[in-house]
Design a protein around this ligand. Structure first.
Ligand SMILES: Cc1cc2nc3c(=O)[nH]c(=O)nc-3n(C[C@H](O)[C@H](O)[C@H](O)COP(=O)(O)OP(=O)(O)OC[C@H]3O[C@@H](n4cnc5c(N)ncnc54)[C@H](O)[C@@H]3O)c2cc1C
Length: 486
């Protein structure tokens, strides 16, 4: 049984960032990163569908400490190369154990430590680690399998059915007719990436999504590069400019949603022309930003449609047939391949069985401290990033918080830290993990009962607002009564 000061769960963008911050902010801390897959990358390793790319810019999806020097929207390969450089430049590789799946994490107050049970996925060997602190960077969805709804007659379909999350690397789609079910960011990536090679590709959606076409470049970064400014400066200035513009845009979606909607639709029309039925296929019923807004670099999705290689159908599936799907309108779509771009299975804590002092833990019974810690769960922090802003902005903020917390525990000679509702919080209204009026993607709505709850006071909220948290999280008073040390 090996002991570490910290176990980091997962080697995605959050876990690798955590390892970097521990190395630099807490030198001498012993830690291990346990990752169930065969390499680092998380989301950017799991997903291998054609065209896989970010929909955030990499200046803000990249870490604050390592400049991003490429085009803002990046492929999975480019993101992994960037993460690989972080691992190499900082000597993180020796701390990462791949093919180690954490199955169980048991906290013992008596020992003031976690017992972490893992399985080596290559040998099936069971290994136990102990640690003082658990840093959960395992993401928010199940990596092994995506979400596919049950449709009538699916078993009758004789063609090839694939989910983007488990894309068969040898899938041959050249000259085939393909149907993509869904119209989120994944569908908007797969459709243009496959359009040139297939006979035809159809994107079938129940309801439309907002898309934002634009050039895959950031003007200020281009200008600063022309002026031969240092990449560190370009990274910082470009991040500030992007975040400034995003804050202004988000504010506008609340204050003048109609105007923003019209602008977004005008962007789509500029590619598809006046005769295209934008009203039916690209005009969502919800307010812009209520679900993640998909950026379409260089309008590639729309170019495929305008060229006649791709089309959009807005309808519902009645049932599957041997050759495709019958829609509620009576229309039949017969295809060789069906891609179900229908989302994820929410998996709050990596399918890990948590036990606290002998009692199995249900995360829905806990209340979150600022979306990072949980009542009744000592010495643990979960990195849950932003939806509207880049995930990594929060991963960096939470990493600072963890390091500050660990230092504070050392100063106080404390072995255990928990968050607990104070007497004045006892009657606080408890709410769902996120405000679903504000943001309501399908996987969240399906899995809300699995997630911790939040309160309605700032310290018990999980507000998903980078612009307030960037000031508030660093100012956290670790001697507040909400923190209990032992
Ligand atoms: C296709 C796609 C595109 C996205 N694009 C963007 C984007 O452009 N911008 C943005 O902000 N967000 C985006 N997201 C959200 C994205 O998931 C996050 O931004 C980010 O990559 C999450 O990083 P993470 O390290 O926290 O988690 P993940 O990337 O999910 O990595 C978690 C890692 O933990 C490992 N793990 C899980 N459970 C265990 C366990 N029990 N034991 C050991 N290891 C475990 C997993 O194998 C995985 O490697 C996208 C998501 C998807 C699916």
């Amino acid at each position: 049984m090996e002991h570490f000061d910290v176990v980091i769960a997962g080697a995605g963008i959050s876990g690798v960032g955590g390892a970097y911050h521990l190395t630099h902010q807490m030198p001498g801390t012993s830690y291990v990163v346990l990752e169930s897959q065969e390499t680092f990358g998380g989301t950017w390793w799991t997903h291998k569908y054609p065209g896989i790319r970010s929909d955030s810019d990499l200046h803000t999806f990249g870490y604050r400490f390592k400049p991003w020097v490429g085009a803002p929207i990046a492929t999975a390969e480019e993101i992994r190369k960037y993460m690989g450089d972080v691992i190499e430049e900082n000597g993180l590789a020796e701390h990462i154990r791949y093919r180690h799946r954490i199955d169980k994490a048991e906290w013992s107050s008596q020992d003031a430590q976690w017992f972490v049970d893992a399985t080596r996925t290559d040998t099936d060997e069971k290994i136990r680690f102990t640690c003082n602190f658990l840093w959960m960077c395992q993401g928010y969805y199940r990596h092994s399998q995506g979400y596919t709804p049950e449709w009538d007659g699916m078993e009758n379909y004789k063609g090839t059915l694939v989910h983007p999350q488990t894309w068969p690397e040898d899938l041959d789609y050249k000259g085939k007719n393909v149907l993509v079910i869904g119209s989120g960011a994944t569908a908007a990536t797969v459709v243009p990436a496959m359009a040139a090679d297939v006979a035809h590709i159809t994107m079938l959606q129940r309801s439309p999504t907002y898309f934002r076409p634009g050039r895959n470049a950031i003007e200020i970064a281009e200008t600063l590069r022309e002026l031969q400014i240092d990449e560190e400066w370009i990274h910082e200035i470009t991040r500030r400019k992007i975040l400034h513009d995003q804050a202004a845009f988000t504010k506008r979606t609340f204050e003048e949603p109609e105007k923003v909607r019209e602008e977004l639709l005008a962007g789509v029309r500029s590619y598809l022309g006046p005769d295209y039925d934008v009203e039916t296929h690209f005009t969502p019923k919800y307010r812009p930003w209520r679900q993640r807004l998909a950026f379409v670099p260089d309008g590639d999705l729309f170019k495929g449609i305008a060229a006649g290689k791709a089309s959009v159908v807005t309808d519902e599936i009645e049932h599957f047939t041997e050759k495709g799907v019958l829609l509620k309108s009576g229309k039949l779509l017969e295809v060789d391949i069906i891609v179900t771009a229908t989302g994820f299975n929410l998996c709050p804590l990596g399918d890990i069985a948590f036990v606290i002092d002998g009692k199995p833990l249900d995360f829905h019974d806990t209340v979150t401290y600022r979306g990072m810690m949980f009542t009744g769960v000592p010495n643990m922090v979960w990195v849950f990033g932003y939806f509207r802003a880049s995930w990594t902005l929060r991963a960096d903020l939470v990493a600072d918080f963890v390091c500050k917390l660990l230092k504070h525990m050392r100063t106080k000679n404390a072995r255990q830290i928990s968050v607990a509702l104070r007497p004045e919080d006892k009657d606080m209204k408890l709410l769902d993990w996120i405000d679903t009026d504000n943001f309501n993607p399908g996987y969240m709505m399906r899995g809300m009962h699995l997630l911790p709850r939040r309160g309605d006071k700032p310290e018990w909220m999980h507000n998903q607002d980078y612009w307030s948290e960037k000031d508030e999280i660093p100012k956290t008073n670790l001697d507040d009564d909400a923190f209990v040390y032992a």
